[in-house]
Design a protein around this ligand. Structure first.
Ligand SMILES: [Zn+2]
Length: 264
């Protein structure tokens, strides 16, 4: 994808910032490419960069004991990787794994910290994202404890589809097991159930969503709850800032897009 197309597609948080603030973060460096299944951070590792995904997306996985790992978050172009820096901590508590290959803006940790410490407008947008992020973590805890595997798989596939900007994406059996916190046989059972209902097609790691509305009905309520929180706390704020800031390519369109695509 050409760099100018990436700029116009962009990351919604960066697009919400005044252009001068965004330029202090990214400069005029091109986005980096994130390959599928690359590990960006390990638990306990120092955070050297913040990532603002464009057409990539990144899974956040808890540190596991005896292979007991669980995905508790998914970051696409609506968010950022590196939230601990907002709280003054430069160590990753989670494993960050590229689940969708693509591009991201990469900002070194020192530059990011200087910006949030010196600029209230940048801090305000990112604080709102921090609230959304923490809300999603809390929702993930409820989801894992109370909701059925098939409904959780439907929710995760919808979240992935939103961030992949496509109804077709790659996902390994192993990763689905991480995501659901179950053994592979549990993954097979849940995916087969959704296939029998003609909601998805899954073969050799290739996933196709066939019926979005049907999948939404099959998903647990957490999918809609997450979107409502994002819409209430961030999307309207993003739209307001994007509309009144100096022009950045695509910012107003992106702000409108986020408000319509993420609102329930
Ligand atoms: Zn749930």
């Amino acid at each position: 994808m050409a760099t100018e197309n990436l700029v116009s597609k962009g990351n919604l948080l960066l697009a919400a910032l005044p252009v001068a603030n965004r330029m202090r973060l990214t400069g005029d460096r091109p986005p980096v490419e994130l390959p599928f299944s690359e590990t960006i951070n390990l638990p306990g590792e120092r955070i050297r960069h913040v990532y603002f995904p464009i057409d990539s997306f990144i899974s956040l996985i808890t540190p596991g004991v005896d292979r007991a790992q669980l995905e508790i978050g998914l970051v696409g172009n609506e968010g950022m990787l590196g939230v601990p820096l907002l709280l003054g901590v430069n160590v990753s508590p989670l494993r960050a794994l590229v689940q969708g290959a693509g591009h991201a803006w990469r900002v070194d940790a020192d530059t990011f910290t200087r910006e949030i410490e010196s600029n209230a407008a940048t801090r305000a947008v990112l604080n709102r994202y921090l609230y959304v992020f923490l809300s999603q973590l809390m929702q993930a805890a409820t989801c894992t404890r109370f909701h059925l595997v098939e409904a959780r798989l439907a929710r995760w596939l919808l979240m992935t589809r939103d961030r992949a900007h496509s109804s077709q994406f790659l996902v390994t059996h192993e990763f689905l097991a991480y995501m659901l916190g179950v053994r592979r046989v549990g993954v097979t059972r849940a995916a087969s159930a959704l296939q029998r209902r003609k909601l998805i097609r899954y073969s050799r790691g290739n996933l196709s969503v066939l019926d979005v509305r049907g999948l939404e009905r099959a998903a647990c309520p957490c999918y809609a709850i997450d979107k409502k929180i994002y819409s209430r706390v961030l999307a309207r704020k993003v739209r307001a800032i994007g509309t009144h800031s100096p022009p950045i390519p695509g910012a107003a369109q992106l702000a409108a897009q986020i408000a319509t695509s993420i609102s329930c």
